[in-house]
Design a binder for this molecule. Structure first.
Ligand SMILES: *[C@@H]1O[C@H](CO)[C@@H](O)[C@H](O)[C@H]1NC(C)=O
Ligand SMILES: *[C@@H]1O[C@H](CO)[C@@H](O)[C@H](O)[C@H]1NC(C)=O
Length: 441
C-alpha cells in the first residue's frame, strides 16, 4: 500500500513535466542519541518533492545540478551536538553547539554542484556523543535541500557560491571575514583575495552566512552590500563555542560587493580547521529561475525578505511576528501589517528564519503553513543573547499562507536599526501545480 502511494505520487509529478524540481525538508520528531559516527536519520518528511533517500538515510542525487542544503539542530539540555555534512565520504562542513544547563542551536547552509549518484548526509562526528532534541510539535533538527539549477534546465550562467573558513581568525576592526576555502564558485563571483562576493550580473540573490566563535570568544558578524548594512549574526557563550547565522534576499547590481564583516570595535575571533568548517558564506542567484513563464504572474519573480529593527515581545492579541523592515518583496506576497506571506503563484517555496532573544531572555519561534505547524527555532541564554534558525521547503497552493509565530511563552525578540538578527525570507523555487499532493507523506 505504501509503495503504491509513492509510485502514484511520482507518476503525477513526472506527467506534469516537473521531474527536475527537487526539494525536501526532513525533521526529527523524537530525541536522538547518536554515537560512533551515526548518520542522522530524520523520521519525518515535512516536504518531499522528487527527493530520493537511501535506506540508511542519505539523500541521493538523481538530477545533476547545483543544490542548496540547510541543516539545523538543537541540543538537549546540557548536551552537545557536533555534526558533519558529507558528500559521499568526503568531509564538507560542520555544526557545533553546547550551552551549560541550556539547549543550544546550530546550523549551516552549503551550496554544491552535484552529479547523479552523489549522496549527501549529516552524521555525528566519530566517537562523539550527540543528543539532539526532537518532539512531534518541536522540530528543531531539520535537513532541507533544493535543486537550484538543474544541468538540463539550460540556465546559461548559473551563479552560486559557498566559501568556508579553515582556520581561526580574529577581526580586530570591522574587517572582512577572509574565507579561505572555495566549496563552490559557479560564475566566479566569490573573490578569495578580498572575501567579497562581486556580483557578476544584476539580479535577486539568496544569501546565507553562518559562523562559530573561538572558545569563549565573541562572534559578531555583519552583512554589508557595498557600504550598506543589511543584517547581523551574534554568538557568545562563556567557556564554549557559539554558533549563529543569518540569511538575506537582496537585489544587487553587477559589480556590487557583498561581504561578511566583523562588528567594528569588537574583539571577534572565529573558529575553523581544515576538517572543521563552521564559518560559511553562500549565495545563489534567483532571477529568471523562479518566474512563472505563463499566467497572471508571468515573468515576475516571487521573493521577499523582512527583518526586525526593534524589540518585539510575545503579543496579547496576536502572536505572529510583524516584521518592521522589508528588504524586498517581489511579487507583492508579503503583508507587513500582519507578517503573513500569501502565495500568489502555486509552487515550491523555500523559507528561512532566524531569531535572537533579548539579553538573558528566550526566543521561541514556529513556522506555520496555513494553520499547520512546520518547525521551530529556540534560543535561551542565562547570561547573554541566544538565537536559533530554521528552514523549510514547502509546496504552496495559490492563496496558502506562511508566517512565523511566537510560541505562547516568554519570547522576547531583540532588534535595533543596526542590529537585525531576526529575519524571515522566502522565495519561489519553482512554479508548480499539483493534482495529488506529494507533500507531507
Ligand atoms: C584554533 O583554536 C583552537 C582552540 O580552540 C586550537 O586548538 C587550534 O590549534 C587553533 N588552530 C590554529 C590553526 O591555530
Ligand atoms: C494586511 O493585513 C492587514 C491586517 O490583517 C489587513 O487589514 C490588510 O487588508 C492586509 N493587506 C492585504 C493587501 O491583504
Amino acid at each position: 500500500m505504501m509503495f503504491a502511494l509513492c509510485f502514484a505520487a511520482i507518476i503525477a509529478v513526472v506527467q506534469s513535466g516537473e521531474s527536475d524540481v527537487v526539494a525536501f525538508t526532513k525533521g526529527l520528531v523524537a530525541h536522538a542519541h547518536l554515537t560512533q559516527g551515526d548518520i542522522v536519520t530524520y523520521n519525518k518528511d515535512i516536504t518531499n518533492i522528487n527527493a530520493v533517500f537511501t535506506s540508511d538515510g542519505k539523500f541521493q542525487v538523481q538530477v545533476p545540478g547545483i543544490y542548496s542544503f540547510h541543516f539545523y539542530s538543537l541540543s538537549r539540555s546540557d548536551s552537545e551536538i557536533w555534526l558533519e555534512f558529507r558528500k559521499n565520504e568526503d568531509y564538507v562542513a560542520s555544526i557545533y553547539a553546547y550551552t551549560a544547563s541550556d539547549w543550544a542551536d546550530a546550523g549551516n547552509t552549503i551550496v554544491m554542484e552535484l552529479q547523479a549518484g552523489d549522496t549527501i548526509f549529516v552524521k555525528a562526528v566519530e566517537d562523539y556523543d550527540n543528543s539532539l532534541y526532537g518532539a512531534a510539535g518541536e522540530i528543531y533538527t531539520t535537513f532541507t535541500g533544493e535543486l537550484m539549477f538543474s544541468e538540463a534546465s539550460g540556465v546559461a550562467n548559473p551563479i552560486a557560491f559557498s566559501a568556508g573558513l579553515t582556520k581561526n581568525i580574529s577581526l580586530p576592526s570591522g574587517t572582512n571575514v577572509m574565507y579561505d576555502k572555495i566549496i563552490t564558485n559557479a560564475g566566479n563571483g566569490f573573490d578569495i583575495t578580498t572575501g567579497d562576493f562581486v556580483v557578476p550580473q544584476d539580479g535577486t540573490y539568496m544569501i546565507h552566512y553562518n559562523s562559530l566563535s573561538e572558545l569563549g570568544m565573541e562572534m559578531w558578524l555583519e552583512l554589508y552590500l557595498n557600504d550598506q548594512y543589511i543584517n547581523s549574526a551574534y554568538g557568545q557563550a562563556p567557556h564554549t563555542w557559539a554558533d549563529a547565522g543569518n540569511s538575506a534576499i537582496l537585489d544587487m547590481k553587477s559589480g556590487d560587493r557583498l561581504r561578511v564583516r566583523g562588528r567594528k570595535g569588537e574583539n571577534i575571533v572565529l573558529y575553523g580547521q581544515p576538517d572543521e568548517i563552521y564559518c560559511i558564506f553562500s549565495g545563489v542567484m534567483l532571477t529568471a529561475k523562479n518566474a512563472p513563464a505563463a499566467g497572471a504572474n508571468a515573468g515576475q519573480i516571487q521573493a521577499f525578505a523582512a527583518g526586525l529593527t526593534k524589540n518585539q515581545n510575545n503579543g496579547v492579541t496576536t502572536t505572529k511576528v510583524t516584521w518592521d523592515k522589508v528588504f524586498t518583496d517581489h511579487g507583492d506576497n508579503f503583508n507587513q501589517t500582519n507578517g503573513v506571506f500569501t502565495a500568489k503563484v502555486s509552487g515550491v517555496y523555500v523559507f528561512n528564519y532566524h531569531g535572537m532573544g533579548q539579553q538573558d531572555e528566550e526566543v521561541w519561534l514556529e513556522l506555520y503553513h496555513n494553520y499547520i505547524y512546520v518547525n521551530s527555532l529556540y534560543g535561551h541564554a542565562t547570561h547573554g543573547w541566544a538565537g536559533g534558525s530554521n528552514s523549510a521547503a514547502l509546496y504552496l497552493a495559490q492563496g496558502d499562507t506562511v508566517y512565523v509565530d511566537m510560541k505562547d511563552h516568554s519570547t522576547k525578540m531583540f532588534g535595533d536599526a543596526d542590529q537585525i538578527y531576526c529575519t524571515f525570507s522566502g522565495y519561489l523555487l519553482a512554479p508548480m501545480v499539483k493534482g495529488s499532493p506529494v507533500v507531507g507523506r
